[in-house]
Design a protein around this ligand. Structure first.
Ligand code: GDP
Length: 190
C-alpha cells in the first residue's frame, strides 16, 4: 500500500499537456471550493502547508501536481461549476477541466462533498459526469468531526439510498478519521 510518506509539489499546469515529465498515473482531487479539499490533501501527506489554500496567485485555477512516494501524481484540481437551470452543460471553467478527464494517465478521482449537506446540484452534475465517463472514483464526505450520530446516519442514507452510491468514506482532516481508508482505496485504484 502507498503510505504517502514522501510528497513533493512538482508544478502547476494549465492543462494536462503541460504536466510533469515522469510517466506516472494520476489521482485527481475534486470538490467545490471550501469543501475541505486542501485540508484533506495536507492531512493525507501529513503536511499542513503542501496544498496552499489560496495564498498562491493562480493556484486555484491550475492543475497542481504533487508526486507521492515516487508512485503517482496527486493532482489538486480547480473546483467545478455547472450552468444554471439544472443543465448538464459544463460552464467555461469546467470545459477546461473536461479535457483533463480525457487524460490517459488519469487513474481515478477523489470526489469530495461536505458531509453536513446533501449533495448539491453541482455535486450531482459532476457525479453524473464521472459516471458517464466511467472513471473510477472515491467519494469522500468531509468534515465528519462536525457530525453527531444521527447526522452521520442522515448523510449515509442520502449517499447510499437516495443517490445509490455504493460506498463512500466519511472523513475528517481535523481528527484523521477515514484517512487510512482513503489511502487504501487510492492504492487499490492504482
Ligand atoms: P478547500 O477550499 O476545499 O480547499 O477547503 P479548505 O481545506 O481550505 O477548508 C475550508 C474550511 O473548512 C477551512 O476553514 C478549514 O479549516 C475547514 N475544514 C477543512 N477540513 C475540515 C475538517 O475535516 N473538519 C473541520 N471541522 N473543518 C475543516
Amino acid at each position: 500500500m502507498i503510505n504517502f510518506s514522501k510528497a513533493k509539489f512538482v508544478k502547476s499546469a494549465p492543462t494536462y499537456n503541460e504536466k510533469p515529465e515522469k510517466n506516472l498515473k494520476e489521482i485527481v482531487f475534486v470538490g467545490k471550493s471550501n469543501v475541505g479539499k486542501s485540508s484533506l490533501i495536507n492531512a493525507l501527506v501529513n503536511n499542513r502547508k503542501m496544498a496552499f489554500t489560496s495564498g498562491k496567485p493562480g493556484y486555484t485555477k491550475l492543475l497542481n501536481y504533487f508526486e507521492i512516494d515516487e508512485k503517482f501524481y496527486l493532482v489538486d484540481a480547480p473546483g467545478y461549476g455547472y450552468t444554471a437551470s439544472g443543465s448538464k452543460h459544463l460552464d467555461n471553467f469546467s470545459k477546461m477541466m473536461e479535457t483533463y478527464f480525457d487524460n490517459p494517465s488519469l487513474a481515478g478521482v477523489v470526489f469530495i462533498v461536505d458531509s453536513r449537506h446533501n449533495m448539491s446540484e453541482d455535486d450531482k452534475g459532476f457525479y453524473d459526469f464521472i459516471v458517464d465517463k466511467g472513471i473510477p472514483f472515491i467519494l469522500v464526505a468531509s468534515k465528519a468531526d462536525k457530525l453527531n450520530q444521527s447526522e452521520k446516519a442522515k448523510i449515509k442514507k442520502h449517499i447510499e439510498v437516495e443517490m445509490g452510491i455504493e460506498s463512500f468514506v466519511l472523513a475528517s482532516s481535523t481528527n484523521g478519521v477515514g484517512l487510512e481508508d482513503i489511502k487504501a482505496k487510492i492504492s487499490q485504484i492504482l
